[in-house]
Ligand binder design. Sequence first.
Ligand SMILES: Cc1cc2nc3c(=O)[nH]c(=O)nc-3n(C[C@H](O)[C@H](O)[C@H](O)COP(=O)(O)O)c2cc1C
Ligand SMILES: CC(C)CC(=O)C(=O)O
Length: 350
Amino acid sequence: MTGGALAELHDRARELLDPVHYDYFAGGAGEETALAENERAFQRLALLPRVLRGQSRPATPVQLPGARASTPILVAPTAFHRLAHPDGELATARAAAAAGTVLVSGMAATVAIGEVAGAAREVDRNAAVWFQLYLQPDAKITECLVRRAEDAGCSALVVTVDSPVFGRHGRDHRHGFHDLPPGFAAENMRDLPGSPGVRDIEMCQEISWRYVEALRRMTGLPVLLKGILHPEDAKIAVDGGMAGLVVSNHGGRQLDVAPAAIDALPRVAEAVGGRIPVLVDGGIRRGSDVAIALALGATAVGVGRPVLWGLAAAGEAGVRQVLETLRDEYEHVRTLCGGVLAGDQVVSRC
Ligand SMILES: Cc1cc2nc3c(=O)[nH]c(=O)nc-3n(C[C@H](O)[C@H](O)[C@H](O)COP(=O)(O)O)c2cc1C
Ligand SMILES: CC(C)CC(=O)C(=O)O
């Protein structure tokens, strides 16, 4: 993480975390080019403010599939929160609910989705939690996970489609970090059909649009696809009835030669043409990054690592600090831009 008001939280998290776990959270695939580009791409962009517009409107809520968020800053799905803090995903859920935003809870969470959603609703009974899903080769397993998300009251499913195989993370490889330590588990994978104990999450190269269609038949929940970078895939997704897209290179953890997410956003947004919400994640570290993303056509953004740093540094309060800081900075930038954020305001710095 570079600069910004959240840098101190990152430094604190780094001090507190086991270095192996820090590297799991911080690292990316390959030479970490996509990871670095996600942040660098924002540094290459600037916003032309509009002036004299007499706008004093407070930010309006954001309408999303199965959720109305009070801010366009969502919590992106990340795995294994209990490695960051003993309260794990429960703390993240409480903080997201307190901030009036959506938590996208990972299938690889260290707390089961029912408990995560319950923790969010204890803070705000209308809190929205989405469930992130890796489609499994065995449809019975996928279906069981979907029912767990439905039973937990999740209001949308976010299917991650950028992972036909696991990313190759050099830092984890060097540390020999391949499994969770004893006492931690991917709790959503416990007691699934035919698997006593905790089943491994499988990545599968055979996953195709047919699997997505089968998922849509399996559930009434809105389905978003996460990990879209190509505009043609965006069009197929819209035609296939998806409720939303997340433009993402998985925080630079999958295809290292992928472009920065923010650089891929404009073409995807154009292909979608406003028919469904387009979210983006990757490299959001400041309120100005949120503003640039919205100007380039995003409905909302997701935040991954900064949330993990807040969690590691100070549990629920740390995550709240991250979300509140980003929101405050974003609203300030938006006001300085005359209350509007449009594509013609985004210019290149070089
Ligand atoms: C430690 C870590 C674990 C992640 N786990 C998942 C996951 O289980 N499912 C998923 O769809 N994305 C996962 N992601 C990707 C995030 O959802 C998101 O795309 C990315 O973190 C955004 O980039 P940022 O960290 O720069 O904000 C993970 C990212 C990190 C850093
Ligand atoms: C358990 C993993 C598949 C989580 C993930 O997506 C990641 O670490 O990037």
